[in-house]
Write a protein that binds this ligand. Structure first.
Ligand code: NAD
Ligand SMILES: O=C(O)C(=O)C[C@@H](O)[C@H](O)[C@H](O)COP(=O)(O)O
Ligand code: ZN
Length: 357
């Protein structure tokens, strides 16, 4: 069991990591008196797998609640889904004293958080993440939102939850590709902030891939701790929080150019390898560290090059809608060593062409 605090003054909140906590979410929420009634927002797959466990736990504590679902998948992380969910909340009579539980992967959490930030101009929100990616990254830090045709996450809000409740036992049913996607974000933390953690990930690969409970708890807790630290320092990504976007500039563009057939975590892996190559090309990252980053991703079975069939000019078009663009200049998060980064806009189109391959 680990408990980590995201330190944001009066808006601070706990991340509680405990095997089996899913069956006790009702008790956790009752103790914390977050809302009087809850809307559990989840995708159809998660609802089918774990909906009953969560709803029973709320019911046992006498907490009135409704499960509201949307069709799974990034293609549904859009404004139409937000509209449908808001209408469902209104028609079921949810009011300002009620709360929303984001239950599922990053797609469910990002959508539920955005609905919570805007329904009746804001209602209370908690996160119960069920993918590795959501447990180590998306449920923490308050970035919520949806995609529009012009690009990823272009409409959203910073809106912090009141708590994050993580049960690593639910990862047992996760499809392999989804586990790998989460591992890409896990490796990201090692590269941007913690060389020792990167080495731990390299040395414990087999145990991680087998979801060894002790190793998973350490892994999830370390990622949450790094993210909590960064978010506490720079909640709205004015400065240091940009490091969490390592691999995402090219990664998001690859996701968009693939019409979201490449899932987020795998696109981020491609983006991290590309950014490491770019850093080396610019002379800010030694070749040895570049090779270790690419090899670590590769050894986990993650992709490290841009698929040949993707349209390079479309990728470059999507790069321009990155939220780190300032004055038309794309800013890249470049590793300078394993554990450290620099942000640079001093990148030529020719260098981008080289790393896109
Ligand atoms: N807000 C943030 O800070 C942040 C951070 C990282 C990623 N994201 C976003 O998160 C999204 C990706 O999230 P994701 O990778 O979790 O994908 P996802 O939410 O689409 O979940 C992947 C699939 O796994 C299923 N699933 C979820 N939990 C399961 C379980 N325990 N067992 C079996 N199946 C399960 C889901 O139904 C879905 O089909 C992207 O939209 C990305 O932009 C946001
Ligand atoms: O929390 C953050 O900050 C991140 O950048 C985490 C990323 O893993 C995540 O994918 C995030 O949603 C990307 O944000 P965006 O601002 O580039 O859309
Ligand atoms: Zn991400």
């Amino acid at each position: 069991m680990s408990e980590i605090t995201v330190g944001l003054g009066a808006r601070s909140y706990p991340i509680i990591i405990r095997s089996g906590i899913l069956e006790n979410i009702g008790a956790e929420l009752k103790k914390r008196k977050i809302a009087k009634r809850y809307a559990v927002i989840s995708d159809d797959r998660v609802a089918q797998l774990f909906g009953k466990t969560l709803m029973d736990s709320l019911d046992r504590e006498g907490l009135d609640s409704e499960l509201i679902t949307f069709a799974h998948g990034e293609a549904n992380k859009n404004l139409a889904t937000v509209g449908a969910l808001a209408s469902a909340l209104a028609s079921k009579g949810f009011d300002r004293k009620d709360g929303i539980i984001g239950f599922g992967g990053g797609v469910a959490g990002d959508i539920a958080g955005f609905v919570a930030s805007s329904y009746m101009r804001g209602v209370e929100f908690v996160q119960v993440p069920t993918t590795l990616l959501a447990q180590v990254d998306s449920s923490v830090g308050g970035k919520t939102g949806v995609d529009i045709p012009e690009g990823k996450n272009l409409v959203g809000a910073f809106y912090q939850p009141k708590g994050v409740f993580i049960d690593s036992l639910v990862l047992k049913t996760l499809p392999e590709q989804e586990l790998l996607g989460g591992l890409a974000e896990v490796i990201k933390y090692g590269v941007i902030r913690d060389r020792e953690f990167f080495d731990f990930l390299v040395h414990n690969r087999e145990r991680i891939l087998q979801l060894d409970p002790a190793v998973m708890e350490k892994t999830i807790a370390t990622c949450c701790l790094i993210k909590a630290d960064v978010v506490a320092e720079d909640e709205r990504e004015g400065d240091v929080r940009r490091i969490l976007n390592y691999g995402h500039t090219i990664g998001h563009a690859v996701e968009g150019a693939s019409n979201y057939t490449i899932i987020h975590g795998l696109a981020v892996s491609i983006g991290m390898a590309a950014a490491a190559r770019l850093a080396c090309l610019k002379g800010v990252l030694p070749e040895g560290d570049r090779d270790r980053i690419v090899r670590a991703l590769d050894d986990y079975g993650l992709p490290t090059s841009v698929p040949a069939e993707l349209d390079r000019s479309l990728i470059k078009k999507y790069l321009l809608t990155d939220k780190k663009v300032v004055g038309g200049k794309v800013h890249y998060v470049l590793p300078t060593a394993i554990g450290d980064t620099v942000i640079s806009a001093d990148v030529t189109e020719q260098q981008i062409d080289i790393v896109l391959g």
